[in-house]
Write a protein that binds this ligand. Structure first.
Ligand SMILES: *Cc1c(COP(=O)(O)O)cnc(C)c1O
Length: 353
C-alpha cells in the first residue's frame, strides 16, 4: 500500500478486544485499541501519530469547553465480501468536515492527513470490525479548540483526533415522529449545515419533550414560519409520495448528508423522479390524507435508512407505508450491496484500506 504521509504508530501491547462481544455492544460504548491524533499550532498541523486509545488531559481554561469550537464527522468502514475493508465516501466526508471547520473559524484539515490518518488507523484496528451482516466500524474524526484562554476568541491551537467503535447489526424500529412547531434546529445564516457540537446540544431538550409525549423523534420545521419540513432529528428526511422522491433542498439550515446524497444518486439511476425542494407541512398533510402511498424515512450514516411509521401534525396522526416491499428498504439494500462489493461500485464510493 502506497503512503505519502508517514505517520508514526505506537501500538498497544494489550488489545482490549479479547473477551468483548463486538457484535452486541450498545452504540458508541467501546473504543477500538488505537486513536489518531494531530496538533495544530503555529499555523500548521504537526505531530500526527497513532497512539493507544487514551484519555485527554485538558486545562479547565480550554476554549472548546466554553465557546463551542468543536466540529465532527460520522463515517463508517465496512468489511467487504472478499474480506477487504473499505471506508465509505471518505472524499465527501472530508469535504463536509472542512466546510464545517470553515464555518466555525477553525483550520481545515488537509485531505492527505485526513485520509492517511484514517486509513492507517482503520487498517491497524481492522479486527474490531464486527462480522455480522449490517455491522460496521463507526469512525469519528473531530477537531477541538485547545488554546487555554478564558476569553471569547478564535483559538490558536487545536487537536484533530480520529476514534473508532464497532457497531453491530442495526435494526431500527419504525419511528413515530411529530412535526415540531415550537422549537427550531437551525436558522438561515446560522450553522445548521455544519456538524458542530452546538447543533446537537440545542436539539436535546426538544427531543426529550417529544419522547415524553410518546414520540421517537421530531420533524424540524423552518425557523421563519414553521412551515417547511427541514430534517428528522439528526437525519435528513426523504418522502416518497406518489412515486416521486422528495427531500428538502440543501441550504444553510440543512446538513448535506452523505447518505441522502447517495440515495438520491441511486434513485436517479433507477429512473425514479427526484425533487430537491421545499416541502410544506400542508403539502405533506394533504398527501397523508389522500389515498396515495406515502413513505417517509430518515437518512444518515448510523441507521442508513430509518423508516417513519407515523407523522403527527398538530393533533392528527397519520400512518406512513412501512411494509416490507417499501422502496426505502431497497435503497438500504443497494447501499449495503455496494459496500460489500455485491453491487458494482460505479461511483468509486469505497475507499479500500
Ligand atoms: C450527520 C447528520 C446527517 C446525516 O448525514 P450523513 O452524512 O448521511 O451521516 C443529517 N442531519 C444532521 C443534523 C446530521 O448531523
Amino acid at each position: 500500500m502506497q503512503t505519502t504521509t508517514t505517520i508514526p504508530i505506537h501500538r498497544t501491547n494489550e488489545s482490549r478486544l479479547p473477551g468483548l462481544d463486538i457484535n452486541n455492544l450498545p452504540f458508541g460504548t467501546a473504543p477500538t485499541d488505537h486513536l489518531f491524533i494531530a496538533r495544530y499550532t503555529g499555523g500548521e498541523w504537526t505531530e500526527a501519530r497513532i497512539e493507544p486509545f487514551q484519555e485527554l488531559t485538558l486545562s479547565p481554561f480550554t476554549l472548546c469547553l466554553h465557546y463551542g469550537q468543536t466540529v465532527f464527522e460520522g463515517m463508517k468502514a465496512f468489511r467487504m465480501n472478499d474480506d477487504k475493508v473499505s471506508i465509505f465516501r471518505l472524499n465527501k466526508h472530508h469535504g463536509r468536515f472542512n466546510r464545517s471547520l470553515q464555518r466555525m473559524a477553525m483550520p481545515e484539515v488537509p485531505y492527505e492527513l485526513f485520509k492517511e490518518g484514517m486509513r492507517q488507523l482503520v487498517a491497524l484496528d481492522r479486527q474490531w470490525l464486527p462480522s455480522g451482516k449490517d455491522s460496521a466500524l463507526y469512525i469519528r474524526p473531530f477537531v477541538i479548540a485547545t488554546e487555554k484562554r478564558l476569553k471569547v476568541k478564535i483559538s490558536d491551537e487545536y487537536l484533530f483526533l480520529i476514534v473508532c467503535t464497532p457497531v453491530g447489526s442495526y435494526y431500527s424500529q419504525p419511528l413515530r415522529v411529530k412535526v415540531e412547531t415550537e422549537f427550531i434546529r437551525a436558522a438561515d445564516g446560522g450553522v445548521g449545515y455544519a456538524k458542530c457540537g452546538g447543533n446537537y446540544g440545542s436539539a436535546l431538550l426538544p427531543t426529550q419533550r417529544a419522547i415524553e409525549a410518546g414520540f421517537d423523534q421530531v420533524l424540524w420545521t423552518d425557523a421563519q414560519n414553521r412551515e417547511f419540513i427541514e430534517e428528522s432529528g439528526t437525519m435528513n428526511v426523504l418522502f416518497l409520495i406518489d412515486d416521486i422522491l422528495i427531500t428538502p433542498a440543501r441550504s444553510s439550515t440543512i446538513l448535506d448528508g452523505v447518505t441522502r446524497d447517495s440515495i438520491l444518486q441511486l434513485a436517479r439511476r433507477r429512473g425514479l423522479k427526484v425533487q430537491e425542494r421545499k416541502i410544506s407541512i400542508r403539502e405533506l398533510e394533504a398527501a397523508l390524507q389522500g389515498d396515495i402511498r406515502v413513505e417517509a424515512f430518515g437518512a444518515g450514516t448510523a441507521a442508513v435508512v430509518a423508516p417513519i411509521e407515523s407523522i403527527t401534525i398538530g393533533k392528527e396522526t397519520y400512518a406512513c407505508y412501512v411494509e416490507e416491499d417499501a422502496v426505502m428498504y431497497s435503497f438500504k439494500k443497494e447501499l449495503q450491496g455496494i459496500r460489500t462489493g455485491e453491487v458494482e461500485d460505479t461511483w468509486g464510493w469505497n475507499e479500500v484500506v
